[in-house]
Design a protein around this ligand. Structure first.
Ligand code: ADP
Length: 276
């Protein structure tokens, strides 16, 4: 017992991989030390997750911040025409906007991890939400020369959900569809029902996702093509947030894709009992 106490006292954040002595006494002391070791393993995993998140977040923030800094330093090196200052400032503004969006995503995930991102679950008419979100995208789709269609279930589809979060989920999937579909392609947003489940599908005719990447795209900071995704403004956080929103609604999100042909993201959410 004294040896266990000594080891337990010495364990801190700096040596979380340490474990209490393995005992073979077959009694309650062994059960206690095994249980404490299992608890340490869980704490270590959580701790490593937080450290990794901090490291990845800092790495992601470094690129836009150094771009902003370099742009400003070059602009200030000598006196310039107003047009040149204007161009430099608009680059800086563009990068600053991207950085704000990134920080906002990081905050959502950090709050979600801490259990502080609370959703306001109410009876929500998914048809209305899908229609409203789709309305905001017609113009963007046209600008990118994409054919955009929406199809809605004939019946009313209600879930217990947070309207802002569900809209954000749809926006993430549509934003990806636009970014990964070359112009003259097509994007479809559909709301269907299957038994007691609402099924939202976002289909695109874009670049698709390989089998290997498909298994990892919901991981934080994962991008199938880092260079291309960063150029398109992505940090690999959208789908992690989408998955968190779906989980909060007790649903599931899956993807079917063939490289070069397109992708389909399918969200299934349980419908409200009154709607069944
Ligand atoms: P990002 O902001 O980088 O797009 P996401 O988490 O939203 O981050 O997506 C992760 C990765 O999944 C993307 O970098 C991209 O490689 C891939 N991806 C997501 N949606 C699509 C899509 N509709 N078509 C092809 N690839 C996609």
């Amino acid at each position: 017992m004294d040896a266990l106490t000594r080891t337990a006292r010495s364990i801190s954040g700096a040596n979380l991989s340490s474990r209490l002595e393995r005992l073979n006494t077959g009694d309650e002391v062994q059960r206690l030390s095994d249980t404490l070791n299992e608890m340490l393993a869980r704490i270590e995993t959580a701790f490593l997750g937080v450290s990794q998140f901090t490291a990845d977040a800092s790495h992601e923030l470094r690129t836009p911040i150094s771009l902003i800094r370099t742009e400003a330093e070059i602009a200030l090196r000598k006196s310039r025409d107003p047009a040149e200052y204007q161009e430099a400032l608009s680059h800086i503004l563009h990068e600053a906007e991207r950085t704000s969006a990134l920080v906002e995503k990081l905050l959502t995930l950090a709050r979600a991890d801490a259990g502080r991102e609370s959703l306001d679950m109410r009876r929500l008419d998914l048809g209305d939400t899908v229609r409203e979100v789709a309305n905001d995208w017609h113009h963007v789709m046209a600008t990118h020369q994409l054919r955009f269609t929406e199809s809605l279930a004939a019946r009313e589809v209600c879930i217990a959900g947070d309207k802002t979060a569900v809209s954000r989920l749809l926006n993430i999937l549509l934003d990806n569809a636009v970014r990964y579909t070359p112009s003259t392609g097509s994007v479809e947003l559909a709301l269907e029902t299957k038994d007691e489940t609402a099924v939202i599908a976002v289909r695109d005719s874009g670049i698709g996702i390989s089998n290997e990447d498909r298994l990892r795209i919901f991981e934080r900071f994962y991008r199938a093509d880092k260079a291309r995704s960063r150029e398109l403004g992505g940090a690999g956080l959208g789908l992690a947030i989408a998955q968190w929103i779906v989980e909060q609604h007790r649903g599931s999100i899956t993807v079917v894709s063939s490289p070069g042909k397109g992708s389909e993201f399918i969200v299934q959410l349980p419908m409200s009992p009154a709607n069944r």
